[in-house]
Design a binder for this molecule. Sequence first.
Ligand SMILES: NC(=O)c1ccc[n+]([C@@H]2O[C@H](COP(=O)([O-])OP(=O)(O)OC[C@H]3O[C@@H](n4cnc5c(N)ncnc54)[C@H](O)[C@@H]3O)[C@@H](O)[C@H]2O)c1
Length: 264
Amino acid sequence: MDYSEASRPVAAQLAGKTAIVTGAASGIGRETAVLFAARGARVLAVDLDAAGLESLGEQARDLGLDIAGHVQDLTAEGAAERVFEACSTRFGTPDVLANIAGKAGDGPAGSTTDEDFDFFVSMNLTTAFRMSRQAVLQFGEAGGSIINTSSAFGVVGVGGSAPYSAAKGAVSSLTRQMAADYGPRNIRVNAVAPGLVETPATAERIRAGLFDDMVTRSRPIPRVGLPRDIANAFAFLASDDASFITGVTLPVCGGWSTTRFRAR
Ligand SMILES: NC(=O)c1ccc[n+]([C@@H]2O[C@H](COP(=O)([O-])OP(=O)(O)OC[C@H]3O[C@@H](n4cnc5c(N)ncnc54)[C@H](O)[C@@H]3O)[C@@H](O)[C@H]2O)c1
């Protein structure tokens, strides 16, 4: 057995790869874009938040990382085509797509309007579908890796989150289905299902203690997740170390969705 590959530095884990990361202006997406670039990838960072991408660009310049920003509203018609065109122009054919842009929302089915339902499906599922479809059309001979973002709320039933949970559950189904179709072309399709993670989307409610029960009483690892916890999973699934893994939704939640933990 040759271990020369196994002893390569982790900093080179994604060397030579070109990645598209969506939702890259903030939170989990931003951390993933920076980690991918720190591990050697060229990264097209996509988001509708131009100011956020600008500040990511400054961070990348300070760190000497190869990250280019691309402002795009992923819910707009033709957005996926424009993103892949921008990637081809800037870096060439991508090998990795991390679909991270998404938005959570509250509400049981009975008080969810059609408009709300459509919004959360569009934001969390349709954008990932369109980007993934474009990826399988554009990935080269060598194949590639698509990593979607599900949620712990898409894995177990949690009260008060009908449209978001439905969309995130469907992200996992799409992941399995596309893995089956595109494995023979060496395209792997996986998802990460984060539990509660402190990002600009959650920080205020975490500080207000709204999730204390969920975190301290029902997780074997009783802390709030960090964006890096999730980015590490994205980096692994993007890398060749995961070359025999496809169709999985990996929970990264301190055991919240994977155990029936009872605090003693
Ligand atoms: N934070 C958590 O606790 C948590 C838990 C489970 C799943 N998630 C999922 O992780 C992903 C990232 O969440 P986060 O907490 O980092 O959120 P965040 O709000 O910090 O970042 C989301 C990013 O997506 C961008 N975005 C939103 N709509 C867009 C659109 N139409 N086009 C392009 N970009 C758009 C936003 O501008 C923002 O930069 C989401 O899919 C979310 O559902 C988060």
